[in-house]
Design a protein around this ligand. Structure first.
Ligand code: TYM
Length: 326
């Protein structure tokens, strides 16, 4: 059976982009394919961080993923730092990755440009991500468009390692959602919807109350004329709303465009669809959040199960690269 894996970094608030880009796609197939879902807590240490906040967000993200339907019986569900093999494989893969390759990553360039002090881990972050993926012999990685370059790097590293040291890793590929692989910020449609946006006005957070979601959609920046067509280049605001509606209703943005004459009608429909998607998730979250010990027990069991698989893969990689078995 092919295996699908994806991860979520516990910094900032999870939003609709994360949901459409990766949460919904990974959960949709968990019953019919091997699935690994994890919270990539180590990745949140690559920028300045508050230790208490990372701990709090890790539990919050796990609870949200369970509320969204992640099923720990069907999928491996874990926190990255609970499975030390992620960091062990990371080092081995660093020895198969060029400095220039890591420096070329777009996210590294963007994020390092905004920092006074750049942490070494920000540069090596995509190699840890490659370790996350290759550790479990992953075939498919459902991600939003912004992570596709990192999955490409994981492919390159896997292929190089296999060529140099013998077949060791499955070569993965990124899978982007057919529409809305890059949801844009409602208040600033030139920027992607992001956990680290300076203002939450254009970010539809998964835990926003229904009336907050509705207000944000109704205030979304549209375009100067009033024609509803799907043209992401020339009409980014309206096209983003159409993409969101399409993703929430399983329709196509071009077809949906024909149904609306005015922006107001489109916004009402988007607000309804977003609330219908997120309100039940929020209700389930609030119930689960009452029992954090249950969530922690689920995470412990997930890590225990994962270590069996991960340990065997690390032993194989160590032997292939030339380390003497202990
Ligand atoms: P993260 O936590 O930034 O984002 C989680 C997922 O959400 C997707 N996403 C979006 N999709 C559509 N529109 C948007 N505006 C949008 N914003 C975010 C991301 O593409 C991602 O799929 N490094 C990763 C986590 C990670 C990982 C992995 C993912 C660590 N190891 C291994 C896959 C495989 C990250 O920080 O994603």
């Amino acid at each position: 059976m092919s295996r699908r894996l994806t991860g979520f970094t516990p910094s900032g608030d999870l939003h609709l982009g994360n949901y459409i880009g990766a949460i919904a796609p990974i959960i949709a197939k968990q019953a019919v394919t091997d699935t690994v879902v994890f919270i990539s807590d180590l990745h949140s240490l690559t920028l300045e961080h508050d230790p208490a906040e990372v701990r709090r967000r890790t539990l919050e993200f796990a609870t949200i993923l369970l509320a969204a339907g992640a099923d720990p019986e069907a999928a491996l569900f874990l926190v990255q730092s609970h499975v030390p093999e992620h960091t062990e494989l990371h080092y081995l893969l660093e020895c198969a990755t060029g400095y220039g390759e890591a420096q070329r990553m777009i996210q590294f360039k963007e994020k390092s440009g905004r920092q006074n002090q750049v942490r070494m881990s920000l540069l090596t972050y995509p190699i840890l991500m490659a370790a996350d993926i290759l550790l479990y012999d992953t075939d498919e990685v459902p991600v939003g468009e912004d992570q596709s370059q990192h999955v490409e790097l994981a492919r390159d590293v896997a292929q190089r390692f296999n060529t140099r040291y013998g077949p060791t890793f499955t070569v993965p590929r990124a899978v982007n959602p057919p529409v809305a692989a890059r949801i844009m910020d409602l208040a600033s449609p030139g920027d992607k919807m992001s956990k680290s946006a300076p203002s939450a006005a254009g970010v539809l957070r998964l835990l926003d109350e229904p009336d907050v979601l509705r207000r944000k959609v109704m205030r979304a920046v549209t375009d100067t004329d009033s024609v509803v067509i799907y043209d992401p280049e020339r009409k980014p605001g309206v096209s983003n709303l159409l993409a969101i509606l399409a993703a929430c209703t399983g329709d196509e943005p071009q077809r949906l465009a024909g149904r609306f004459d005015r922006y107001g009608e489109l916004k009402e429909a988007v607000a309804d669809a977003v609330v219908a998607t997120l309100a039940p998730l929020r209700d389930r979250y609030l119930r689960l959040a009452d029992d954090p010990r249950h969530v922690q027990a689920v995470l412990r069991a997930g890590a225990d199960r994962a270590r069996g698989l991960a340990g065997a893969k690390v032993r194989q990689a160590k032997a292939a690269i030339g380390l003497l078995p202990g």
